[in-house]
Design a protein around this ligand. Sequence first.
Ligand code: S3P
Length: 444
Amino acid sequence: MHSAPSRPGSFQPSGPLRGTLKVPGDKSISHRSLMLSALAVGESKITGLLEGEDVLATAAAMRAMGAHIERTGEGHWTVNGVGVGGLLQPAGALDMGNSGTSTRLLMGLVASHRLTATFIGDASLSKRPMGRVIDPLSQMGAEFTASPGGMLPLMVRGLVPAVPICYRLPVASAQVKSAVLLAGLNIAGITEVIEPVPTRDHSERMLRGFGADLTVDVDADGVRHIRLMGEAELQPQQIDVPGDPSSAAFFIVAALITPGSEVTVTHVGMNPTRTGIYKMLEAMGADLTYSNAREVGGEPVADITARHSVLRGIDVPADVAPSMIDEFPVFFVAASMAQGRTTTSGLDELRVKESDRLALMATGLKAIGARVEEREDGLVIDGTGGEPLEGGATVTSALDHRIAMSFAVAGQHTYHPVTVDDVSPIATSFPTFESILHILQVQH
Ligand code: S3P
């Protein structure tokens, strides 16, 4: 749980960034690997698990509902599952810390089990909308008592047998899709999710990997129909979690904006539902090369090398947003140092992430000298053409790890240091971020 005391961080250029690094395991895949292993009958082994606070919140919750989960070494975990339908009543409230993914996916799991669970979280999570999962899960028969606005703390009373539904996603959200599918695991019949705009498909890939009967059909309009047959029986697996492309993006952008840099990040997940950031950076002229492409545990993986590049502003098409939804904060940093104008739109979802990312990035970037216009659904940024930003200001991270890391990256190419008021939230997804940045700074 994110309980570390608030801690400011100061970031300033120290010359080129150089070196080869591995980022921690993918956060989305780490959550899912613990959840599905906990629902399989028998022992699963996970390597490369992200040991950030968010994923540890999922592990604690699955333990509280009966799974045996043990850490056997760095990133190595063993899980003995209880079987679909076998989750137990937790003794106390499930503390989700800062983690929206843990909360929404676990609400799905609980919805079709005979138990009642109370979800609590930190100040950031307690402001995030849960109505988007309460709606479909209520249709399946679960009952909810939520705080005003459909927020945490909230209580879920699961139903057995629950009702299979066909649900068309009203918002492009992998968390909502996954909550419905996970609920469907313990419901006899076909649970269907209709997905007009594709979002990350780790749940679909991993459910199949665990032996669930899941099909994906794309209709003539390009809409995905995901059908899961319950009640499912999941077989234990060995899972190697690839490096998180969202975490890698911070160092890739840092290398691109910092003159003289060359950084290689190895073993990065290259699932096409996650790589929008790399496509957009390339469209801006980024020097990125990919090597050693391979497949790990049903997910494509590669090594990425980034060399300093003077980027050119672009219009980011709104339909690219879901495949880079978590990377916009650091993308805005790249845009603020590009040549010309970058426009983004269709990003309303950024306002309901760990913070209002459009507002915080606009305010913070302006404070360090960037030219930014905040619109309702995106930012318009006029870049410096490769020159450093002014820096010399303190920016607010508001319990948002990605805001903190984005400004740490911005501080690699400014005239004066950038201070982040609180870097402690970085531990939710990337506990080794600051030490890796330091290593890259000194390897000249
Ligand atoms: C995630 C889905 C995305 C993303 C989040 C992780 C997931 O959220 O922003 O960091 O693991 O399913 P939404 O479903 O709200 O878009």
